[in-house]
Design a protein around this ligand. Sequence first.
Ligand SMILES: [Zn+2]
Length: 682
Amino acid sequence: MKDPKRYLITSALPYANGPLHLGHIAGAYLPADIYVRYLKLKGKDVVYICGSDEHGVPITLRARKEGVTPQDVVDKYHGMIKSAFDEFGIAFDIYHRTSDPVHHHTASEFFKTMHNKDEFIEKEEEQFFDEQEQQFLADRYIVGTCPKCGFEEAYGDQCEKCGTSLSPKELINPKSKLSGNVPILKTTKHWYLDLERYQGEWLEKWIDSHKSDWKSNVYGQCKSWLKAGLQPRAVTRDLDWGVPVPVKDADGKVLYVWFDAPIGYISATKAWAKEKGKNWKDYWQSEDSRLIHFIGKDNIVFHCLIFPSMLKAHGDYILPYNVPANEFLNLEGDKLSTSRNWAVWIHEYLQDFPDKQDVLRYTICANSPEQKDNDFTWKDFQTRNNSELVAIFGNFVNRTLVLTHKYYDGKVPERGDLNDFDKKTLDEIIVIKGNLEKSIENFRFREAVKIAMDLARLGNKFLADTEPWKLIKTDEDRVKTIMNISIQITAALSIIMEPFLPFTTEKLRSLLNIEKLDWELAGKYDLILAGHSINKASLLFDKIEDEEIEKQVQKLLDSKKANEMENHKAEPAKDNCTYDEFMKMDIRVGTILEAEQVPKTDKLLKLKIDTGIDQRTVVSGIAVDHKPEDIIGKQVSVLVNLEPRKIRGIESQGMILMAKDASGKLNFVIPDVKTNDGSGIK
Ligand SMILES: [Zn+2]
């Protein structure tokens, strides 16, 4: 296909309701950033658009919970997200926000145009209404019992326990989240996008036309939505936070966040164009522009079916050329979860590893979940750093710079005649560059970063095969040629690696004492001329030690545990028992005298206990949490008149009382000061 005149690249607008984590970066931002950096190195006309999505119910709910305004919430997270992107090197041309007046105006006009063209269906419907708060209840404002699994805190749109999509009316015992009252049903009017009609008229045909050029995971998901049949979808809702519906009889109604958010790409482009003296319409309304959306798989339906329907219905806009959505990145074998705090937060990563943006960029890209979900582990992060970035890329560059200083005082030596091996090596750069272009242009970034690393491998192999440190004693002229070639490979690396590792290539350019070079120059024999002075070598990457990795893994486990403790709900009380029934139990203070693991078991300890009455054996299932040597001498509570029973061939004469916490850990129930063995517990 012919190259377009311009590229319009978007990454999904992050929701301004919390910080960024690893999964966000892997899904929609890093691949787009690599793609955009590549296009810019090639000298293309490209604008890269993003911004915060600042409307919607989770934001109003959070504001209410924290006793602040929705604007306070979005200001806080917009700032936090924007600076995390900046520091991580995601180089948007603009990072805008949907609470900006430019956006309100743009979204409003978009709705009005569609309304004037009669694209919407108007429908009156009964919806839940909170009489005390005098407010219609958006789906997340209603909780009730899930009809599928019985979970009592299911939302009006989804049960978070079993994952079922719901509508508010399906909930059993619905309650308003605002007042806690039972809501009434009241009639309200809304505008709907007629997706069913678009499917029949053109949408399905358009999706089919992308069967071979869109990623199979993206095309497949679109087809399954279409197969189920698209339904009209409400564009408006009753809420007081968002873009007001700009027609008569729409008081207290705003545009649904899924409708206004993607229009955010357009308003951000407008704001950027104004600043740069460009015409935003060239990018959005001209057939020689190419629109590409980078997103995660949860956004496929919006970017492949719904937003294109809006653009087409409006009439003035181009449709996306491609939507290379990624699947999900998991963390240490478990799904990333904000609510369970199972995540690597980017702002925390940047604090812990302030100069290692590229190590994370490299690891995420090498594990990019392009066709299926993939896993990030800290161990892999360490290996990628130590065995690839340090040992291959860093090592080659360092040897080249150090030797150039050692032999030639930092001046690039003159090259003599090239032998076949030299030519083959230099020509291999062109092959690598070509393969890399193919991978990036087809959105295969995992493959691309591996190919880029092959250039560093090529350099390492060249030095290992030619051994200039040995030759220097016998053939000085040959060493000049070898070092000159090594310098050319290093310069090519500063170009080839730029899309993936922008911080490192910046450092590399300053070591080489060169400006940023165009993509097309990679593979040229004389990127750096003889006589050019390079700067003193310093390491591009440092080794990451085991302790740093263990610290990160422990941090994850700690936060997961803290989260479990916080969300722990006590079990409901058991049926009553009588006083006499309780008094039948003889519970005493005792001391552990001996403790040993029961052979061939993980959980059982054999304990010898002084109960004050006697010394007896008790088998207890506490070995997972307590080591025998740690508990000898400890006072415990023992039920002494439990009928003896045989466990693994050992007669157990009683039971130790333990408290089980939310993480499942068993803690001893003991008197708060030392108490005589045999004292009764009542
Ligand atoms: Zn459920």
